[in-house]
Design a protein around this ligand. Sequence first.
Ligand code: HEM
Length: 163
Amino acid sequence: MRGCSGHIPLVEPQDNPGHAAGTVSRLAWERCFPPDNRVFHCTTNDTELMGYSIPKGTLIIPLLASVLNEEGQWKFPNEFNPENFLNDKGEFVKPEAFMPFSTGPRVCLGEGLARMELFLIMVTLLRKFRFIWPEDAGEPDYTPLFGITLTPKPYRMKIQLRK
Ligand code: HEM
């Protein structure tokens, strides 16, 4: 599976989170590194999707990271790039393919709570600590570990209390 590359900040940019620049950076981050929770589904009838026959009772395991990196849906599908959320006039747009919480009737029920928690946790940590990539650690490897969710590989990070 492809992931994002290019210049990826080690922590979310610290611009004003209420500001449009904060929003596009955050969404760019969510697109590149979705937890990609996998809730299993099952077809209740024989069906056909894009020419594929899917019999009743088939287990369906969604892979949202695929649509979040799909060629043709994004200006820079494999890069961390906030411009994926800006149109030609530099205005904020949210592409239809942006669905880290899935879509449709089974969309994540906890999206609002999760966004609020993530915001509060990130802001609290960033206000209290500096996160520093150790000089001897080499380039970070952003390839995710694939499981029920996508998780980062183990890594070392220096954490300094802000004064
Ligand atoms: C970053 C955090 C989270 C992410 C990325 C996430 C993502 C998802 C995804 C992708 C699904 C699958 C939707 C589908 O089957 O198509 C889902 C389902 C669900 N999520 Fe979350 N979720 C998060 C946090 C939460 C939290 C905090 C709660 C509740 C407190 C929650 C409650 C649920 C429930 C109840 C469903 C099942 C919805 C249904 O099948 O009708 N999630 N979530």
